[in-house]
Each structure stands twice: as C-alpha cells, then as structure tokens.
Design a protein around this ligand. Structure first.
Ligand code: SAM
Length: 280
C-alpha cells in the first residue's frame, strides 16, 4: 500500500465535526491522512474519526493534564515533521487546549497552518436568531454561584450578543444566574447542533430559566443571550439627582467619575454641573 505523501513540516490546527461526520472537510481529512503525528485531546475519541476517514497516522495525547510536558517535545517534532492538533470535536483552542502550543510554535519559527471548520459557538449564533453584528464568546461560566455571578456581572454592560458553553445538568442554574444578573434579555438554548436532535429554544432569560429549572436536557448545549436594550439617555434631572446623591458621600472627583460612568455621560459635562451644584 502506498503511503500518502507527507506534508511540509509545521503545526496544522484541524477543526473536526461537532456531531455530524459529514461536516469533516476534505482538506481536514486529507491533512489528517498526511501528517506525521496527530496530537489529540483524547486519542480514543479521535481514533473513531481517523477510522472514518481512513487515516492510519499515529496519535499522541495533548490535553490539559500533560500539555506542559508534551509541548516542547511536540515543537521539536514540528521542525522536521507535520504535526496536527485536533480536539475531541470542533475547533481546537476554543475552550479546548492549543493556545500555548500555537504560541510556542510561532515563537520557535515553526510554520502554523489552520484548517477552519465546525465550532459550536459560531454554529449556535447562526441558529439563535439573535444579533450577530457584535458578539462575545464567554466560554463556560464558573460552576460556583459566587464566581458565576461575578463573571456575569463583568459581562452585563457589554453591548453585544453573548455566547456561552454549558452542560445539561448546569443549564437551569446558569440560566437563573443569567436572568438575575443580566435582567430581561432575549436568549436561546441551542442543543445537539448538527446531530439528530438539534434544536434551538428561544425566549427571554427568565422564561428559559423556568423551563429548565427542574431538569436540564441531554446533550451538548450553547446558550446565546441577546445584547442589552438601548438604555434611555440620562436627563438633566437624572444628572442632578445622581450628582447630589454622590456628592453627599464622596469627594467631588470621585462623585464625578462614578456618575459619568453610571449615566454614560462625558466627564467634562458632569464635572461642570458638579461645580455648579456644589457652589464652587
Ligand atoms: N472547541 C469546541 C468547538 O469549537 O466547538 C468546543 C469544545 S468545549 C470543551 C465543548 C462544549 O461545546 C460543549 O460543552 C457544548 O457547550 C459545546 N458544544 C459542542 N458540541 C456541540 C453541539 N453539537 N451542540 C451544541 N453545543 C455543542
């Protein structure tokens, strides 16, 4: 049997299907048949994919627990051989290992090639029916309630659609925390994308939280949350009320900074009004 011609040495980032093997691109399949070595998150998972595409190339594990030891060895191999990186499903580096491998390969002068393909976050955005002109991929929320609430609080002011990865058992708690932290916003729970039971359930966050409160659905899930609505512009009365309150408990400079940020007004305008109100 003739072995396929090897590829040029370097690192090849190869996206793989997130459920439907038909989404494997011919270029990705050819690459996985021609590299010298495949670094895989879980070699048992990738073995199934390799069988499907007829690749007999050797694999080595590359995951969160061995990455620091494995990385230098892999970089050395890339000097003389083509090495592919794959994760269990989807695009490597996106809530999956690989960023440090790419960073170190680039620093070592290794050629890095990416083979784009399926990514659950992008697929979820295309299903959700929410604005896609600006979005922020927020990965997995922390599972502990305090850390989760803090993470959501950081995202609250961002004027973009938010995309989260989540698991069925944690879905209800995550939606309840999002409803509490972000207020009423349109959202969608997308599930099992590209598989037999693919679905997208939309509704506002509180409705979705109630729907999934008792039991999370099976399968792989992305939550997509629409951007905050346009806040009405602050009026002169709003400014005076906020400034009087802030000036009562803080020095002028601090009060101005707080109010400007809270009302989204230029600091210069708030400063001028603060001087008037405080009679200076
Ligand atoms: N790197 C992968 C990618 O590009 O999609 C994501 C890896 S992350 C460890 C796995 C998470 O992606 C799952 O927990 C789920 O939130 C989401 N996911 C993966 N496959 C999915 C699918 N078919 N439908 C919906 N979400 C999926």
């Amino acid at each position: 049997m003739l072995l396929p011609e090897p590829l040029e040495p370097g690192l090849y980032i190869v996206a793989t299907p997130i459920g439907n093997l038909g989404d494997m691109s011919p270029r990705a399949a050819e690459t996985l048949c021609r590299v010298g070595l495949i670094a895989a998150e879980d070699t048992r998972v990738t073995a199934k994919l390799l069988r499907h595409i007829g690749s007999t190339r050797p694999m080595t594990p590359y995951h969160d627990h061995n990455a620091d030891q494995a990385r230098p060895r892999l970089i050395e191999r890339m000097r003389s051989e083509a090495v592919a990186l794959v994760s269990d499903a989807g695009t490597p580096l996106i809530s999956d290992p690989g960023f440090k491998l790419v960073r170190d390969a680039r620093a070592a002068g290794i050629a890095v090639t990416t083979l784009p393909g399926p990514c659950a976050a992008i697929a979820a955005l295309t299903l959700a029916g929410l604005p896609t002109d600006r979005f922020l991929f927020a990965g997995f929320l922390p599972s502990k309630p305090g850390a989760r609430a803090a993470a959501i609080d950081e995202l609250k002011g961002i004027r973009a659609t938010l995309v989260f990865y989540e698991s069925g058992p944690r879905l209800g708690a995550a939606l309840a925390a999002l409803a509490e932290g972000l207020g009423p916003r349109p959202a969608a729970v997308t599930r099992e994308i590209s598989k037999r039971f693919e679905e997208a359930v939309d509704g506002d966050l509180a409705t979705l939280a109630a729907r999934y409160a008792d039991a999370g659905p099976k399968g792989e899930i992305c939550i997509v949350v629409g951007p905050p609505g346009d806040a009405p512009a602050a009026t002169a009365d709003d400014l005076d009320t906020a400034l009087r309150r802030a000036l009562a408990s803080a020095p002028l400079k601090t009060a101005v900074a707080e109010v400007a940020s809270a009302l989204g007004l230029p600091r210069k305008q708030v400063y001028a009004r603060a001087l008037e109100l405080s009679g200076r």
